[in-house]
Design a protein around this ligand. Sequence first.
Ligand SMILES: [Zn+2]
Length: 218
Amino acid sequence: MKLSSITMLVAAVGSLGNFALGSSTALAALPIRLQVVLHNDIPSPLRGDLEEQYLRPWIREMESTFGRAVQLHIRHNVPGLSDLDYNTPDRRYLVTTLTKRNEAFWAAKGDGKWNYRVDKTLLLVHQSVIPDDPSQNEVVGEARHQGTAAWASLKTYSAPGHELGHMFGATHENAEVLFNGWFCETYTYPTRQNVRSNCYRYSDRNREAINAYLSEVP
Ligand SMILES: [Zn+2]
């Protein structure tokens, strides 16, 4: 069987906070708000099931594990984002642009109050980035550790949950392959091998890291 491996990068790794137990699943907790921008290169036939296939499993993981509602804001035709050249050689520019647009989006919404820990942006794209160096793998997403914005490709179902995980404090080092009748990769496992399935959840250690990150938010 041919193995395909894909690398999902995290641009910078910071330090993790301490694990704190979530103070029950308070109903008044601020929701996680996610702006999802669909790149113009996503073909129409893929758009119909996109939310169910790529985003709902992640939302179920977040809502059931951390007790916060997830609000999706899916957007099309956003100038400067839907047409962004994500294959640019300037990788820093890409994530910085997304980060600025995330701030502008939430600052312009409602009363303008936003919290970088729960108000995020994800650009979904159809293709991936092939590095110039042929020894390197296909890149299907990039995020900064605990950053506010990222991009992810539709080439693998786990890419959105992978990059979103980094934005909430999950790391490659804490990810695992689990066995549940068959091998599956938890979100943020660094290489995707298609002989294994997706767990559509974070490892226990990454759940602790995400919980610690979210515990700072009312
Ligand atoms: Zn990664």
